[in-house]
Design a protein. Sequence first.
Length: 295
Amino acid sequence: MSKPGRNDPCYCGSGKKYKQCHLREDQAVERELRVQVDAARFLRLDLPRFARDERYVADFDRALPLYWNNFYDASNAGEMSEFEALRFLDWFVFDYGLEDGTRILQAYQNEMGSELEPSAKNLLERWMDAPPAGAYELLGYDGQVLHLKDFFSGETFDAYEASGRGNVSPGEIILTRLVPVSDRLEFSTVAAFLPADEIDGLAEKLQAAQETYSAANPAATQEEFLRHNNQLLIHHALEQAEKVGRPPVARLDPNRTDAPIQQQHDHDHDKDHVHRPRNYGSTKPHMAQTRRKAV
């Protein structure tokens, strides 16, 4: 629905001019949305910064090959692309289990929560319950609203993405995490996707992994399984890229045109960055989405 002009009849059918009816209410909603979007932007920058603290270097070194199925490790992490690093850091913050059984997200809330602006503090509280990174089939789209179906549960969602669907076509799988921002869902960071002809076998792999996990952890929920095993989604994407002859990661692409993370950091003289950046596995020149163009 297009927004009416100030002197147009209000959309509610009251017969009043818009400025005399719902204008102020709508402006208040828009202001609150801007506050929430700004809070989300801040958290998307500050959470990765927190995860680069020196205390997490050892965890990072363990997590990197686990996520990337050994395509990246501490010796070559600086060769990741920016979008690979963003995806890895998202997983590292939200899903990776530290040795004490907690997550970096929890440490951030405990240490930084009291210092946050109220909007960011409230949003962080909601993000604490965000689901594990998962897989979502694109069912369709209306502009910037994507209609998604959870690959595992079949539950459907609408998610807002500023850049729309990018290169993803209905029926393909988006690898991402959904987080609340105001009254809508958004991707937590840059997403990757699986082309339609690279989805086969994924469900069987995950079912086998879940059976093994459940045998060792009979009381575990599906969310717990995914939290501990969702890197298998990335492994599948990397395997499929190799099968079709596509470089599975940026460092193996002889035609890459972007600067590796390490070169970007060296160029910027950014002392706040750990020199072993982090990244999710991008597998294809995927979709371009807001902060998150898949590689």
